[in-house]
Design a protein around this ligand. Structure first.
Ligand SMILES: [Mg+2]
Ligand SMILES: [Zn+2]
Length: 264
């Protein structure tokens, strides 16, 4: 936990460097803890990164080995690309009503299926629109290069991957698939089992096991998964929700800010 990590800063940590499985060259800070044959409290060294590095390990680039999970719509993309599709090709009244009912009278699954069923254009037409209209958030390329994040999305492989290709970025993607039927698009859910924590078709079930983990998101479908992370970076509706719930998070506008925060 990020909060736990902060709590550990300043506590005495006794570490036998020889026992660390990570190559010692990657743990330059750890050597600083060795003082003669005694490990000394990190506070005596006046360097907070020392303690943090012992818990997270450090890559040779000096960036903490934090697993980064990244939402796609409204997080990587400046505007939610599903909303862009619904606005352009779907039924705007149904879209607006479904978003109002989300989490109240309709589940996430019901909202997504109701909304996407109002899109009936051929997939190629929709993709051409997205490739022309979707803009990625500042700092995305830097975040991708430095942290190799997992893209975990409630959206669709068929729309995310061509946009990643357009950006010249190659990342692992976990998302759903779309069956673009002429009588209304149908979602092929990657994982149709509801989450044990929230009961929704939520992303928590598909989080990687690696810890520590940072989660970066913006919306309703990020709520539950974000709570499983050690650090939460949030904007827009997710930020408002976490604030209302009293959950600590780091607010971001650009992904450049997230890269800087992860390096701090
Ligand atoms: Mg989103
Ligand atoms: Zn959940």
């Amino acid at each position: 936990m990020h909060r736990a990590l902060e709590g550990q800063v300043g506590e005495a940590v006794v570490v036998d460097v020889a026992d660390l499985t990570t190559a010692e060259v990657e743990l330059g800070a750890a050597r600083a803890v060795r003082h003669g044959d005694d490990a000394v409290p990190a506070t005596d060294l006046g360097d907070h990164t020392v303690t943090a590095s012992l818990h997270t390990c450090r890559s040779t680039t000096g960036v903490a080995a934090m697993r980064v999970v990244l939402d796609w719509d409204g997080t990587v993309t400046v505007r939610d690309s599903l909303w862009m599709l619904l606005d352009e090709f779907g039924d705007r009244e149904i879209f607006a009503q479904a978003e109002k009912d989300l989490g109240k009278t309709l589940s996430y699954r019901e909202v997504m299926e109701t909304e996407l069923a109002t899109i009936q254009v051929p997939f190629e037409e929709a993709l051409t629109f997205l490739l022309d209209a979707v803009v990625v958030r500042e700092g995305f390329h830097e975040l991708a290069a430095k942290h190799n994040p997992l893209i975990l999305s409630g959206g669709f492989h068929q729309t995310i991957e061509p946009l990643l290709a357009r950006e010249g970025v190659s990342l692992e993607v976990k998302a759903n698939r779309i069956d673009p039927r002429p009588d209304g698009w149908l979602i092929e859910w990657r994982d149709p089992e509801p989450c044990e924590v929230c009961g929704e078709l939520c992303k928590r079930r598909n989080l990687p096991a690696d810890r520590p983990m940072a989660y970066i998101g913006d919306g309703y479908s990020d709520r539950c998964a974000a709570l499983a992370a050690d650090r939460i970076f949030a904007r827009d509706a997710l930020a408002r929700h976490l604030e209302a719930e009293g959950v600590p998070f780091e607010r971001f506008d650009t992904l450049t800010e997230v890269v800087a925060a992860l390096a701090a």
